[in-house]
Design a protein around this ligand. Structure first.
Ligand SMILES: C[S@@+](CC[C@H](N)C(=O)[O-])C[C@H]1O[C@@H](n2cnc3c(N)ncnc32)[C@H](O)[C@@H]1O
Length: 286
């Protein structure tokens, strides 16, 4: 979680009073509502991200803002979570995961003419959709007749702003720049995006994905089982206890052999023994 230049500037200006007590209470609220553990060093980040909310609400102190949250104002709690989360993502981020999925799951399934033609995926912490759409592209590239399979990708996040962007499926040029031309031509169509050209994902990708709001701190309403779960660059912000509780629940949604992908700096070491490491940040349900 980096602090942007604008956020640092805001902090220096110190428009709103922001005492130790405010920071401590807000850290606690962040932990309770998102699972995210903010260290002492995240003062600037909290100030920068939440001062936008104070401005939007016409408040002049963090104390007044805390009172709204502590009262349990559900609309503001959503905005609060949206402001705090870090949503960095990109198409085919950590590309080796998609290679593994293609080689170890999709290609063997495609070659097995008599095998089941049903696959379930979950992108947990999907941000603005690049991850589930990358998954959908990988599926269509690996399975020539994917439309005739029973395939579903569930894409969830607690941040309603990014979810809406994922659901819309329209990306500015800089977001799709890294994609090879063949993928861009097959899976996107150029749309009039105002200032710069934008690209909309095709129905072929959309049809595979369902976007849903879901807080990983709450109960998981899905039955599973999921052939593969992508939970990448999400738990990095959680403490070990929170991670343990989460993977206890996630493990119940998978059968032995099913796959779990974590982010590049994440691991299940001392978190869960329900999985075996089979590749770089790739796990199989034991
Ligand atoms: C850094 S992004 C990672 C996006 C994508 N998985 C990737 O690796 O490119 C982390 C996402 O996790 C979401 N997130 C954080 N805490 C969450 C929680 N408690 N429940 C659900 N999503 C959460 C954030 O809103 C954010 O969109």
């Amino acid at each position: 979680m980096e602090t942007t230049a604008a956020e640092s500037r805001d902090l220096q200006l110190r428009k709103f009073a922001f005492g130790e007590e405010d920071f401590a209470a807000l850290r606690e609220l962040v932990k309770t509502h998102t699972g995210i553990h903010l260290s002492e060093q995240k003062r600037e980040l909290v100030y920068g991200r939440l001062s936008r909310r104070l401005r939007a609400l016409g408040l002049d102190s963090f104390r007044a803002y805390r009172q709204i949250l502590e009262r349990g104002d559900s609309d503001e709690l959503v905005q609060f979570c949206n402001a705090i989360t870090t949503n960095l993502t990109s198409f085919f981020r950590e590309a080796h995961h998609f290679d593994y999925l293609r080689e170890q799951v999709l290609a063997p399934r495609a070659a097995d003419a008599r095998g089941p033609r049903r696959l379930r995926f979950w992108s947990a912490g999907c941000s603005s959709g690049e991850e589930p759409y990358s998954l959908a592209m990988t599926i269509h590239e690996a399975l020539a007749d994917a439309r005739r399979w029973d395939i579903k990708i569930l894409a969830t996040d607690l941040d309603t702003d990014v979810l809406a962007r994922g659901q819309r499926g329209v990306y500015e040029e800089d977001r799709v720049r890294g994609l090879p031309r063949a993928r861009l031509e097959r899976f996107f169509s150029a749309v009039d995006g105002g200032k710069s050209p934008s690209y909309a994902v095709t129905e072929e990708l959309r049809d595979l994905i369902t976007f849903r709001e879901l807080n990983l701190m709450h109960s998981l309403p899905m039955k599973g089982p999921f052939d593969a779960i992508f939970c990448r660059n999400v738990i990095i912000y959680f403490d070990k206890d929170t991670q343990r509780q989460l993977f206890e629940r996630i493990a119940r949604l998978q059968r032995p052999g099913d796959l779990l992908f974590l982010g590049h700096s994440e691991s299940l070491y001392r978190v869960s023994d329900a999985y075996t490491l089979v590749g770089k940040t790739i796990y199989r349900r034991a």
